[in-house]
Write a protein that binds this ligand. Structure first.
Ligand code: ADP
Length: 469
């Protein structure tokens, strides 16, 4: 009995540590908006880098031609071809090939990584056969690169730092499209990188192509990030930017957001200090797919160690990242009465056999607590953006009374493995958005889940920035 009590105590502590009441979320909202201002005011003014993208105009449907895109995410690599017909269509004609990024390339050399990318593209093109209407020397591509980049133009930019477990030291400070262009040449491919885009920017571009009320985008996959459309005169750190639209997409790099209001536990602190990038990407480490499973693993480990409820524990449970987030979501969403899937995963992945039902239920609860916090923090981040651009419904408050100022329809494109494949994550995200904004405002805010938007959007941006236009 004493052992069980200790299990419950660890569970209660995690629940308290992850507490994310609406009150606390609103503090996170305010902190996000404040940090956005600070990051726009001066270079290095905030942990939010608020990077310029040089994308002033988002796709609107008039784009025409066949364009390619490459997407290097955190876990997956994708090659795409998109056919644009010059008029908006609800279904964009495209082909896509996905494959996992070979683990060893994440810490290899830039040549190895980019040779892999170029070879994949070459194979993809060779499969086209003779049916292609494109002359070889006029192929252009958009390159989606989901890491922080300091851009000099829409088609050039240097890597600031790696995230999500990547570490190729010879790449930091180097021009990213340049690396790709050299690899394409090595493989004998005559193609031009017309646009270098962050994955969030690609997602926003596709979202805007389909719905011009789309003002921001959020990705929650291996990592997490967001971008949005900002007025150029609000980008104080870059005076004199001239754009025809008066707007520019800003890549927030919100994975690195930090605030003392974030509900942080000892598990988060340990995960961070044992990571290759301590004190970096604090928001990301509480929200994204690379980390959620590992937080759960740490909690289970502590529970079993402190309670001694199942006797000696296998060394598997001490291995960082052994419990991946898709496994965690499979346990979380196990709806069999005896939690068979939970038992199977605990046995097969963590080598903990014969876990009693009562303990399986606790494991599900841990998954719930960790995912609910993640989704609610992502929702707070989204409302922070809406607040910054005056779309959170608070702009109309005069003398403490909400005026009847009409709230504009506002669409946020969301993408990434957690949004598309983790149902409970998505539900908690919606729920928190409603709670923070209140139903009257929330009904004007639409989260639209897109798929492959980061890649298709890059092709759209390549089209609108084509040198053959
Ligand atoms: P990337 O981040 O590599 O661009 P995705 O956006 O597709 O790719 O996200 C992949 C990540 O999403 C995986 O690393 C994993 O953490 C998470 N993920 C994928 N499928 C699921 C799932 N069914 N449940 C929970 N998380 C998932």
């Amino acid at each position: 009995r004493g052992k069980w009590k200790r299990v419950v105590r660890v569970l209660r502590e995690v629940e308290e540590g992850c507490e994310s009441s609406v009150g606390r979320l609103r503090q996170v909202v305010d902190a996000m908006a404040v940090e956005m201002h600070a990051g726009l005011a001066s270079e290095g003014g905030s942990k939010l880098k608020m990077l310029l993208t040089y994308v002033h105009n988002l796709p609107n449907g008039t784009e025409k031609g066949t364009y390619y895109a490459l997407h290097l995410g955190g876990t997956n690599f994708r090659v795409l071809r998109v056919h644009l017909h010059g008029q908006q269509s609800s279904l964009l004609e495209h082909e896509v090939e996905r494959q996992p990024i070979p683990q060893h390339l994440m810490t290899s050399t830039s040549e190895d990584l980019f040779d892999f990318i170029a070879s994949s593209l070459k194979e993809f093109i060779e499969k086209e056969g003779d049916g292609s209407e494109l002359s070889l020397d006029r192929r252009e591509l958009g390159f989606t690169f989901s890491f922080p980049v300091k851009q000099m133009s829409v088609s050039s930019g240097i890597l600031i730092k790696w995230t999500k477990g990547f570490s190729i030291v010879d790449m930091e400070g180097i021009d990213v499209p340049g690396c790709l262009q050299e690899a394409l040449t090595r493989k004998g491919l005559d193609m031009k990188v017309a646009a270098l885009v962050n994955d969030t920017v690609g997602t926003l571009a596709l979202g805007h192509y389909h719905d011009s009320d789309t003002v921001a985008s959020v990705v929650v996959g291996t990592g997490t990030n967001a971008c949005y459309l900002e007025r150029v005169d609000a980008i104080i750190k870059c005076q004199g930017l001239l754009t025809t639209s008066g707007y520019m997409v800003v890549n927030m790099e919100w994975g690195n957001f930090w605030s003392s209001h974030l509900p942080r536990t000892s598990y988060d602190i340990d995960l961070d200090s044992e990571s290759p990038n301590p004190n970096d990407q604090g928001f990301e480490k509480m929200i994204s797919g690379m980390y959620l499973g590992d937080i759960v693993r740490r909690v289970i480990l502590r529970m079993l160690l402190e309670s001694d409820i199942i006797g000696p524990i296998s060394s598997k449970l001490s291995m960082p990242f052994i419990l991946r987030t898709p496994m965690m979501s499979a346990m979380h969403e196990d709806d069999s009465p005896d939690l068979r899937e939970v038992a199977r995963i605990l046995k097969d992945i963590l080598e903990i056999p014969e876990v009693p039902l009562k303990l399986r239920k606790v494991v599900v609860k841990v998954c719930d607590v960790v995912t609910r916090r993640a989704a609610r923090l992502a929702a707070a981040g989204i409302v922070g953006i809406l607040k910054k651009i005056g779309r959170d419904g608070s702009g109309g408050i005069t003398g403490g009374r909400r005026s009847d100022m009409k709230m504009k329809r506002t669409v946020v494109a969301v993408e990434g493995g957690l949004c598309s494949s983790y149902t409970l994550f998505r539900e908690y995200l919606h729920e928190a958005l409603n709670e923070i904004l209140g139903e009257d405002i929330a009904k004007h805010v639409i989260l639209k889940v897109t798929e492959d938007g980061s890649g298709i959007g890059a092709a759209l941006l390549a089209a609108s920035h084509s040198s053959y236009n």
